[in-house]
Design a protein around this ligand. Structure first.
Ligand code: SF4
Length: 443
């Protein structure tokens, strides 16, 4: 049996899509269907694909099998002339049989790599299912190698293994491993009250947010991860942080252990989410609501008119989310509130009650929420609901398309720039395009 757990959400005060309107939904008890069965998700290694693009002086060395190498290589689609910033140290039969010392081999691989690539300033040793199965202790390996290569190169480790993680949890594990390296804010005379945005954002989105914060009088907002691993944000008891991604539970915990305080906010998807997120961040640092409204007015209006063009393709259509990226709840809120879509089921691999509190309060009453997965049961519910579009992983998309359903790959929602005002219509288009394609095929 799968338990149904009631949860309580808090009231949310946020700016809506129109200027500075204030929406305050009532608290609502919601029931969540919890499932613990077979899952269909990518592993945490997938995060390397966007993380290696973001942190431009970092290298990700997966310690894994040929399967791991194929996964990362094919998903990243590296250009043939590019110097890659990720690779796999393959654990082979000799390592598995205990005929070779995997630690010696790893040291050899790392030494060769760092001699050849002086541009690498941070090296992540990324664990996988095979490295966990043979109990290769990568944290000790990272400490040992750090002693050898410090101070020129920082060597850290985290796990991207599919045994326990879903694909966005790779980023969480990576950022959590960086937290102990963040400089202490009190070391800096001008630390004061500072704001850090947490979660990997494409550079173009980071620049847009930086400009908006600067227009509100906050020119020193820091981002984690930064573009260069040598420019980590400083952190301390006066640091307030704003989560840009909903899947960073371990990172948030590690930041709070360092004294930072989370600013509760919806996530910056769509006009409404972006407005509420910016408002929460700015107000936590004492910026007046009217200044935020003024600074965001033109971007907000631009985004609203771009969204209005996509809305007719989505309004009244139904959507079913399989659990995959942990973006499901904020995306469901965006699709329902700003584009008029109907939510049949919103599945998420893990529902962090505290971080999702404000998002849950914005969902309509009665929507079916599910946490975890029992894929066969969920497929049955999906077939019974016959939604207009299904958001799911690659493994489910093709079979569902064969059954005549329209699908959207969840992974594309993480690979594409989707945060903020200027990307709101692009995000809506990611759902409208598959519906349009199905319509054309049927015509
Ligand atoms: S880490 Fe595990 S799930 Fe991921 S590619 Fe390697 S073997 Fe497969």
């Amino acid at each position: 049996m799968n338990p149904v757990i009631p949860i309580q959400t808090s009231p949310v005060s946020t700016t809506g899509p129109g200027a500075s309107t204030c929406i305050t939904p009532m608290p609502a008890a919601r029931s969540v269907l919890r499932e613990r069965g077979q899952r269909e998700v990518f592993c945490g290694l997938t995060g390397i694909i966007w993380l290696h693009r973001k942190i431009q002086d970092a290298f990700f060395l997966v310690v894994g099998s040929r399967t791991c190498a194929h996964l990362v290589q094919s998903a990243a689609g590296v250009m043939i002339f590019a110097e890659p910033r990720f690779a796999t140290a393959i654990i082979d039969d000799r390592d598995l049989a205990g005929l070779a010392d995997a630690n010696d081999e790893l040291d050899r691989v790392v030494t060769r790599l760092l001699e050849r690539r002086p541009d690498i300033k941070t090296l992540f040793l990324v664990g996988s299912c095979p490295s966990e199965v043979i109990k290769l202790d990568l944290s000790r390996a990272a400490q040992r190698l750090s002693r050898q290569f410090a101070p020129g190169v920082r060597i850290l480790n985290y796990s991207g293994s599919g045994i326990e993680t879903t694909f966005t949890q790779g980023e969480d594990a990576c950022l959590a491993s960086l937290v102990p390296c963040l400089p202490t804010a009190s070391e800096y005379a001008d630390a004061g009250s500072s704001l850090v945005v947490v979660g990997a954002l494409p550079d173009v989105v980071e620049d847009q947010f930086s400009r908006l914060f600067a227009a509100m009088g906050l020119p020193k907002v820091q981002f984690m991860p930064p573009r260069r691993s040598t420019e980590l944000p400083s952190i301390g008891p006066h640091t307030r942080y704003l989560m840009a991604q909903p899947f960073l539970a371990h990172t948030a915990h590690a930041l709070e252990d360092r004294g930072a305080q989370r600013i509760a906010a919806p996530f910056p998807f769509g006009v409404e989410g972006t407005s509420a997120w910016l408002m929460a961040g700015a107000q936590a640092l004492g910026v007046d609501r009217a200044i935020v409204d003024q600074a965001t007015a033109s971007a907000r209006q631009r985004a609203q008119s771009a969204l209005a063009k996509v809305k007719p393709a989505l309004e009244g259509r139904s959507v079913f989310f399989f659990p995959d990226s942990q973006l499901e709840v904020p995306l469901a809120r965006f699709l329902h509130r700003e584009l008029g879509m109907e939510l049949t089921e919103v599945g998420t691999p893990y529902l962090h009650r505290q971080h999702m509190d404000q998002e849950l309060a914005l969902l309509p009453h009665g929507v079916q929420l599910s946490e975890g997965q029992d894929v066969e049961r969920q497929l049955d519910r999906c077939r019974a609901a016959r939604p207009d579009i299904v958001v799911c992983g690659l493994g489910l998309a093709n079979p569902l398309e064969m059954e005549g359903m329209t699908t959207k790959w969840a992974i594309e929602l993480v690979f594409s720039p989707v945060h903020g005002y200027d990307q709101a219509a692009d995000l809506a288009q990611l759902f409208a395009r598959p519906l349009d394609r199905r319509h054309r095929l049927a015509a």
